[in-house]
Design a protein around this ligand. Structure first.
Ligand code: DX5
Ligand code: ZN
Length: 229
């Protein structure tokens, strides 16, 4: 069965001096979602961009969903700012919020979809009780903070576990909103098929897309693999 797979290029690997054009080009090349990595040099040892840049992409004319991955601590103050800046999905790391359930509520009340991000060492069990509230679960397959790292192999087992947990929630409540299962870090055309087979349906890729000269060819190579799942 052909599933509803989504490809989400990470802006981290784009040319920031030409960000609007880069995002426009990658969407025209077949991407579905813009993955917007926000780093604060506190929760992770790197610094990127904030709500003003998200807003600038909307002003530039980007209409595709913007998936804001918050690698910041604390979380709550930025939720409203990103909602106002045009974010579609906001995900955060549970370790970075004192009150995870409240942060999820804040995101949804602001009119965005909410997701949690699990670091490689963070267990699925630790978020079991809030899983049914989520619109997205994002599993990190590298330690957050940098692009261009290698996919951590044990994430495959974790994806299988997450897929089973999500399917169980959806089966218990037919017709409910879906929970997307996103993977982030070290995704390439060489491993995307195995990652999809383990249960991911949304694929972040930075260097494997923006690091290539031909974005359309890079995305097509991924879709070719996904068509075989
Ligand atoms: C890492 C970021 C990722 C990163 C992925 O902390 O969350 O989104 O940009 O980059 P690649 O695809 O190069 O591993
Ligand atoms: Zn990310």
């Amino acid at each position: 069965m052909q599933q509803d797979f989504k490809i989400a290029p990470s802006i981290l690997a784009a040319d920031f001096a030409r960000l609007g054009e880069e995002v426009e080009n990658v969407l025209a090349a077949g991407a579905d979602i813009v993955h917007f990595d926000v780093m604060d040099n506190h929760y992770v040892p790197n610094l990127t961009v904030g709500p003003m840049v998200c807003k600038a992409l909307r002003n530039y004319g980007i209409t595709a969903p913007i998936d804001v991955h918050l690698m910041v601590e604390p979380v709550d103050d930025l939720i409203g700012q990103f909602a106002d800046a045009g974010a579609s999905i906001i995900t955060f790391h549970p370790e970075a919020s004192k009150h995870v359930d409240r942060s999820i509520q804040l995101i949804q009340q602001a009119g965005c979809e909410a997701g949690l991000v699990l670091n490689p060492a963070t267990t699925l069990e630790s978020v079991r009780h809030v899983l049914p509230k989520l619109d997205m679960l994002l599993l990190m397959s590298v330690n957050p903070g940098f692009g261009g790292q290698k996919f951590i192999p044990y994430t495959i087992d974790k994806l299988r576990e997450a897929r089973a947990a999500i399917d169980e929630i959806v089966a218990a409540e037919p017709g409910r909103k879906p929970i997307r299962l996103e993977i982030d870090g070290g995704v390439t055309a060489d491993n995307i098929r195995e990652i999809a087979a383990a249960g991911a349906d949304t694929f972040v890729a930075g260097s494997a897309i923006f690091g290539k000269g031909d974005y359309a060819a890079a995305i097509a190579a991924m879709r070719e693999q996904l068509a075989q799942v």
